[in-house]
Write a protein that binds this ligand. Sequence first.
Ligand code: GTP
Ligand code: MG
Length: 235
Amino acid sequence: ALVRRTCFVTGAVDMNGCPEADRGEVAFIGRSNVGKSSLVNMLTNRKSLAFISKTPGKTQQFNYFAVNDKPDLERQIRYGDEVLGSKDRDSFYIVDLPGFGFAKVPQKQRQEWSDFMDEYLQKRETLRVIFHLIDARHGPTEEDAKIMHKVGTIMGSKEQRNNAKYIIILTKADKNVKSASSEKNPGKVSKSVLDKLMNTMKANHVGYAPIVLTSAETRLGRDEVWKYLRLAAEK
Ligand code: GTP
Ligand code: MG
């Protein structure tokens, strides 16, 4: 099995709040309500590891989840609950970020998240994969273009302290994409969405990133995304 166990580790609001950088990690970024937390649950086979909501703005911190931690039995006995594990061979962190672009989040808060994200994308040495989630029906928005620009500027710059890959995930394929139902039948993303995506990538210095079509409902794209998660688990 790819996932033996997963647990919530911490919610960070700045670099100091991130756990020790002792293993690889992957980050899920994207517009509010695009389906980041739902995808984290789908990938880890959990119903409500990451909290989801119909209302945008649900995730309020950089939520760290440890996948395949070795349980720390000593701590467990001391504190009597399921606690943070210690690093195992194939363990890594999943980081579920607050969404951007939600008007009801106060400007000050949005700015703090945005600053933290800049610093995080540049400085987090163990960051291996940046998944940028975009709605498969609409394609990239203005905000998505800004994020691509940010990532494109950081990638390969002197400031970048990791060698993170950038992957686009098109979400909610069950709703948005013609007849998408399974790995075998991924369905079709509309040509206008793909064109828009290609043009936005080109205009914002991210080159042509790999694109994966997913659905948290039908589990479409799970194996494909896991190929990248495995990169984070490797040394
Ligand atoms: P924030 O935490 O606000 O940034 O949102 P988020 O990106 O984490 O989105 P979340 O996972 O909370 O999902 C938002 C809404 O979209 C919820 O009502 C989910 O049930 C729904 N949703 C997410 N993924 C899918 C999907 O693949 N298919 C369908 N049909 N609905 C989905
Ligand atoms: Mg969320």
